[in-house]
Design a protein around this ligand. Sequence first.
Ligand SMILES: NC(=O)c1ccc[n+]([C@@H]2O[C@H](COP(=O)([O-])OP(=O)(O)OC[C@H]3O[C@@H](n4cnc5c(N)ncnc54)[C@H](O)[C@@H]3O)[C@@H](O)[C@H]2O)c1
Length: 504
Amino acid sequence: MGAGKSSAVRAVQRSGAAEARDLDAAIEAREQKRVLDLFHADEARFREIEREVALELLEKADGEVVAFGGGTPMDHDVQVALADHTVAYLQVKPAKAWERVSRSDRPLVQRGEENFNNLHADRAATYEGLAQVIMSPGKPDAIVGALPWIRALRERPPGTRMLLASSASGSYPIIVGRGILESDWWPIEGRSFYVCDQNSQRHYSDPLRQVAGPIVLEPGEESKNMVQVTKILEEFAERELARHDYVVALGGGVVGDMTGFCAHIYQRGVPVVQVPTTLVAQVDSAYGGKTGVDLPQGKNYAGAYHLPAAVIADVDALTTLPDDQLAAGFVEVLKTGLLAGDELWERVRTIDKIVPAELDDVVFECARFKCGVVGEDEQDTGRRHILNFGHTVGHAIEAATEYARYGHGEAVGLGLLAALRLSEADRLRAEIREILVRHGLPVELDPPGDPAELVDAILLAVGRDKKRTLDGVGFVLLSEPGKPRERELVDPAMVRGAVEELLP
Ligand SMILES: NC(=O)c1ccc[n+]([C@@H]2O[C@H](COP(=O)([O-])OP(=O)(O)OC[C@H]3O[C@@H](n4cnc5c(N)ncnc54)[C@H](O)[C@@H]3O)[C@@H](O)[C@H]2O)c1
């Protein structure tokens, strides 16, 4: 209730993209009475009518959009009938839904906000269990753009799910599943031009529809530079890539960041589909539209916001990923679990071993969390800053050791420990330390030379953080899972203490 289902139906009707029906309107047409009156007269009888009409609509529906009432999918017969259809859950925060409906005369609203919230909580698990598509709140017509993807999902490899991410500059589908890259299922119409690196090419570029062979980068961060940007752009031009074509970034965060950046500036913008093949990219870098290229002066010093046209994450791609890359990705998972709290945190903290075949849900939930945050703040002026948790000291460790001594994930793992010390979250810090050890990640710095010099170099790099403001460097702090606080200024002596604590 209050999620925007009826508005979505109206948007589909206006667009002419599909037939669309609203269950309430169908009930009123059949019974020649208002839903409100039917409900007030006899709630049990109303539920029977609702079930009958819902089942009739489902029986007839073929490629149509049907909006149900909030209670409709709670019925067992309806749930069974839904198995032949694609179910989309328009997820809305209870407070937002209440704001929308609280002044309406709907019967369940009359019972007050607490009852409304309880109902919402009771039903959410059923919605989640039924849905193959989760749509975060966005403009009602976002569903119109998503329809071809939702339709394509009917032919998907089993278990594939879709998230429709929405933020200020638009919406895009995220597909998460297994076996997608090896299957014939490829929901993109139109010409595709691939960018990959030697590793992603070796493993995955073959089955996909491409106009010409892929543009192939050398693997690793060293490729993330302006020379390679020029090379990619010139290749696009040589191949006569046009604005109605797609660029596909097939690889890890380096390929994704570079390709997204090139897609942003080539002919002032062409669509990019992100096909992440590392854990870092599947849980983090492929979403949210940040692109970046390194300059000699700093990592990601050039960049742009360019939302993907779609993200297709095939979790099976992770099976060829070396262990150190899996562990690096796991640190981003850990960070996301800490930021999200609740179920995701509980799931992440109990992972004993990182097994790619078991990561579908974790990838989906990390994507969902990140997209929720980006939805509130696409251009990183507020809430999105929390995604930097552990990264301020983490990036500084990478910079102070010239990106050679620690992998990004290793450095961020150490950064998480420092951030938790600054948050004075001692118990949580001890638990994260134990989790990092469990996954073979470092929990101490191992300076090859003078430890004091390394600490000074790290603190210097912290002071140069890209996100500093005139007030200083703001840290993301978190005293308990799910409760991050962004842009907190911290006493420099405490920062020094938190970094020194990382020495053996
Ligand atoms: N844009 C964002 O929001 C964002 C967020 C986080 C990180 N990043 C960026 O992402 C980059 C790190 O991403 P990454 O860790 O994916 O690095 P990466 O792209 O360098 O990939 C890591 C390694 O894995 C290899 N690889 C990729 N897919 C493989 C597969 N399926 N099997 C075997 N090997 C495979 C790559 O060739 C590479 O050697 C950094 O440049 C970072 O700045 C961006």
